[in-house]
Design a protein around this ligand. Structure first.
Ligand code: FAD
Length: 437
């Protein structure tokens, strides 16, 4: 249910119609749809887990696959989408110096040239044999300690530069996403022998409609106002103000907005906190999407490039996720380019991406491009650097005092995946329900 009608009052207002807002809304709507309204600034729900059309082609906002180890989310998705999505096997590679390497490359050393493979293993062994002294000061030191020089310098550092747009010594030892794990040495050695020890990972993807389909179906029966951009929040008056001049009073507020955006819109936020939020670090994502009148172009579902001279970090073939993403007999490519700060010029980015695709032999120069699009996503990955934990804690404490609940990847500032966001949003909505009754 979507509308542009903003009610003057509502018991629970939810800002943002991404998957967090949808799932918080869905949980409340199960009690009563009159309890809540989701306010989404875009004309459709889904946020970064949505999709967009360019001519007859469907693209997501960067590669999106569904997978989960959260039992309740697995059950929800399985019962809701049983025969409307497909189980797909991961098929990915790293393009390095004109050759395809397995992905991630340090777990697929058999695909590397022999000298590189040997250097990786010797340095890994040397690192493992070294006694631990002081704790590493930053991510670069952490990598050297655990993986040795070659894996660090050839694979881990180039990835950080392309994906996080930072130098490895600018990150805390745990890495930008706090997810760095010590090496599984047995796995690395097996990968070096080419022993097929791992079953390829699997994921789900909707049969049609792109990843957006998950969001659209989950949002059925959730009252959402689309084209409803919240431009100001008055916490004292418990009132939202919208771009078109409408106002809505609420009793409870759930925000899924990125913290810098939220603080910027709260008119009674302490200036120091607003500034601290504005200084939080994150990467942004530029997407160059191409529809091609060719049956197929890429030998993998998606590939990576760590080469600093190549514009994109990841290149996805949307027709290999669902044939319905493209017209019959055609194909598509989407390049993901991560940046920080001001967005790169669209025309330059488009031309550079095309040049790279031609130079790397990934797209014939004669390929008929029948659809093209360049767009930007300001918030892609949040950077959990040394300063961010304190700032995020202070912001969340301020919001809690003012009875604002938060959920979602950019409101909790934790890089949550789709499934984690679903589960977290459900919990936040249940807490609000308990306080309502
Ligand atoms: C490139 C990329 C690839 C990913 N791939 C995967 C994957 O393969 N698998 C996986 O599990 N997860 C993946 N994720 C993570 C997943 O996309 C997120 O966890 C999830 O979509 C976040 O949803 P959200 O609702 O928290 O945020 P968002 O989707 O950002 O929702 C926030 C919503 O708020 C709206 N909004 C913003 N400002 C206002 C305003 N002022 N007023 C009203 N509305 C406003 C926005 O339009 C948006 O709809 C990926 C993320 C990225 C960036």
């Amino acid at each position: 249910m979507t509308s542009s009608q903003i009610p003057p009052t509502i018991p629970v207002a939810i800002i943002g119609g991404g998957i967090a807002g949808i799932m918080a809304g869905r949980t409340l709507a199960d009690r009563s749809p009159t309890l809540l309204r989701v306010f989404e600034r875009a004309p459709q729900v889904g946020g970064i887990a949505g999709s967009f059309r360019v001519g007859a082609f469907t693209f997501d906002y960067g590669l999106h696959c569904f997978f989960t180890s959260i039992a309740s989310v697995a059950a929800l998705i399985e019962t809701t989408f049983a025969d409307q999505h497909e189980r797909i096997t991961t098929h990915e590679a790293l393009l390095r110096d004109g050759a395809w390497l397995g992905y991630p490359p340090h777990l697929a050393l058999a695909s590397c040239p022999p000298q590189l493979r040997e250097d990786c293993l010797v340095d890994l062994w040397a690192a493992a044999a070294q006694p631990a002294d002081r704790p590493p000061a930053h991510y670069a030191a952490w990598c050297y300690r655990h993986y040795g020089a070659t894996i660090s310098e050839q694979f881990l550092f180039p990835f950080v530069r392309k994906y996080w747009v930072l130098e490895p010594d600018q990150l805390p030892p745990e890495g930008a996403g706090r997810r760095s794990r010590p090496p599984d040495i047995r796995r690395i050695i097996r990968g070096a022998f080419g022993t097929p020890t791992e079953s390829h990972e699997q994921f789900f993807y909707p049969r049609s409609g792109g990843f957006q389909y998950y969001c659209d179906v989950l949002a059925v029966n959730v009252p959402v106002c689309v084209n409803a951009e919240v431009v100001a929040i008055d916490l004292d008056a418990r009132e939202l103000r919208f771009a078109d001049g409408a106002r809505c009073r609420y009793q409870h507020l759930i925000s899924t907005l990125p913290l810098p955006t939220l603080l910027e819109r709260i008119i009674d936020a302490p200036p120091a906190l607003r500034d601290a939020a504005a200084n939080l670090n994150y990467t942004s994502l530029a997407l160059v999407s191409l529809g091609l009148a060719l049956p197929d172009v890429l030998p993998y579902r998606w590939i990576y490039s760590y080469d600093p001279n190549v514009s994109f970090t990841r290149l996805v073939a949307p027709h290999k996720l669902s044939a319905q993403n493209v017209p019959p007999g055609q194909s598509a490519l989407q390049a993901e380019i991560y940046y920080r700060g001001a967005p790169p010029d669209a025309h330059t980015l488009y031309q550079r991406t095309l040049d790279d695709l031609h130079r790397l032999g990934l797209l014939p120069e004669s390929a008929p491009i029948v659809a093209c699009d360049v767009r930007y996503q300001t918030f892609a990955n949040v950077i959990l650097d040394a300063a961010s934990s304190d700032v995020v804690r202070q912001i969340h404490a301020f919001l809690a005092v003012h009875d604002v609940a938060v959920c979602g990847r950019y409101a909790t500032w934790d890089n949550g995946k789709f499934d984690q966001v679903i589960s977290q949003a459900q919990q936040v909505a249940r807490d609000v329900l308990n306080r309502l009754s």
